[in-house]
Design a protein around this ligand. Structure first.
Ligand SMILES: Cc1cc2nc3c(=O)[nH]c(=O)nc-3n(C[C@H](O)[C@H](O)[C@H](O)COP(=O)(O)OP(=O)(O)OC[C@H]3O[C@@H](n4cnc5c(N)ncnc54)[C@H](O)[C@@H]3O)c2cc1C
Length: 404
């Protein structure tokens, strides 16, 4: 027999599970479908061996949002790593810029959080919620549109769900987005993002370090132990393949060189993986009862660590609009409700994507004059408090809708 829900969320990654969490305190009946089993994590003291390969730099707005859902409190606090400084420099010159939390009278700029831990905390909080049913590990296989603007969703477990509203939270290569015929603008960055946890000689000093290199960007993100960092090394695919193929000693030496030994030698590294990086943005987020959130709506270069932060704001705003609809007695799939979500999110997502694209292109230019200008510009910005404060507020997400 079919089960009917007010909202079906396809994809229980960080964004889909956060949306389900924030809708758990409403009258709506929610289904969350996630293909992969959620793997429990060893959350004892952090070490190189038991660090999640994927981490996210979460800004203050995401922290506030996740605290409201209760998921923040559900994570092992000893593994959350607050950072109070960001240091960015041009490996091809002398330009640098440094942002400090105390310059904007804040205790920190954000946290580095392990994705698996956060997803576990989000999912744990859904257990026992009477209005939320989680279908996992189960994959959505097909969708059929039937009468009265209802959708039938066929799962590979044999179950069939019925709803008027489908939320596509199924990631960058969203099957739902393609099935519904959303158009996208997209192009390859010609970069792969190599990630791995590393041990360094010196303390990371709770600083998120980022060096623009000759052919990419290298970030060292501070973990909850002062000599452990998680790196994101964006570089051309051929370079990423070489780096993946190296033995640990050669890789550590290459990484130390590329990072100019800022934290001394890289003395050990964990498992490595690389992901192709692609810019993608859906031209609309809403179509006949289907709505896109998170990476299904937009993917951007990880150089400023904003992808999931934007996704959480999508979840926050969509939930806000659905709650308003419920108060007004409107159906959650009402076109006005979904159009308001799209309007509220598209401008901010587009502006962040354009900024990241601008940075990426500016640092890809090899002409000496442009290099000189960008180094000069960075140093000037570093001396100009008002502009710096504006930039840091934007990075923390405190200029956005999620303030309190
Ligand atoms: C190298 C790298 C570093 C990054 N660093 C940062 C950072 O520091 N800060 C930041 O904000 N962002 C960062 N990002 C971006 C961030 O990882 C993504 O924006 C975020 O993971 C997107 O979450 P999501 O839930 O939208 O999608 P996903 O995490 O892709 O989740 C989609 C989920 O849908 C499920 N699914 C897919 N198809 C189906 C189906 N048919 N049926 C059922 N389930 C399905 C999948 O199993 C998956 O769990 C980084 C990205 C990369 C590549």
């Amino acid at each position: 027999m079919n089960q009917t829900f007010d909202v079906v969320i396809v994809g229980g990654g960080l964004v889909g599970s956060a949306l389900a969490r924030t809708l758990a305190d409403t009258q709506y009946s929610i289904a969350l479908i996630e293909a992969q089993p959620v793997q429990a994590m060893d959350v004892s003291a952090i070490s190189l061996e038991n660090t999640d390969l994927r981490v996210s730099a979460l800004n203050r707005a995401s922290e506030t949002f996740l605290r409201k859902t209760g998921a923040w409190q559900g994570m092992a606090q000893n593994r959350l790593s607050p950072y109070d400084t960001m240091r960015v420099w041009d490996g091809e010159g002398t330009g640098h810029i440094q942002f400090c939390a105390d310059e904007v009278a804040e205790p920190h700029l954000g946290h580095i959080v392990e994705n698996r831990q956060l997803q576990g905390a989000l999912m744990d909080g859904l257990l026992g919620q009477s209005n939320v049913q989680v279908f996992t590990p189960t994959k959505l296989e097909s969708i059929e549109k039937v009468d009265n603007a209802q959708y039938l969703l066929q799962l590979d477990s044999g179950q069939v769900l019925k709803s008027t509203l489908i939320v596509a939270a199924d990631g960058a290569r969203s099957w739902v987005r393609d099935w519904a015929g959303f158009e996208t603008r997209e192009w390859d960055y010609d970069h792969h993002g190599l990630v791995c946890a590393v041990e360094v000689e010196a303390s990371h000093e709770a600083c998120a370090w980022q060096r623009f290199t000759e052919d990419g960007v290298l970030a060292f993100l501070p973990l909850a132990q002062s000599n452990l960092c998680s790196i994101v090394w964006s570089c051309p695919q051929t370079r990423a393949d070489e780096l993946l193929a190296m033995d640990d000693t050669s890789f550590n030496a290459a990484l130390t060189r590329e990072f100019e030994g800022m934290l001394g030698q890289v003395t050990a590294c964990g498992q490595r993986a690389a992901f192709p990086l692609r810019q993608r943005h859906a031209k609309t987020y809403v179509k006949q009862g289907v709505v896109l959130v998170g990476d299904a709506a937009h993917t951007i270069h990880p150089l400023a660590g904003q992808g999931v932060n934007l996704g959480f704001m999508d979840a926050y705003v969509l939930a806000d609009e659905l709650k308003q609809a419920s108060k007004k007695g409107l159906s959650p799939a009402h076109p006005q409700v979904l159009a308001r979500y799209e309007r509220r999110r598209m401008t901010e997502n587009l502006s962040m994507m354009a900024t990241m694209e601008g940075f990426k292109r500016l640092f890809a230019v090899k002409t000496p004059v442009v290099r000189w200008l960008r180094n000069w510009g960075m140093s000037k910005v570093n001396q100009f408090d008002l502009l710096k404060n504006h930039l840091v507020q934007a990075a923390m997400g405190t200029k956005r809708e999620m303030r309190e």
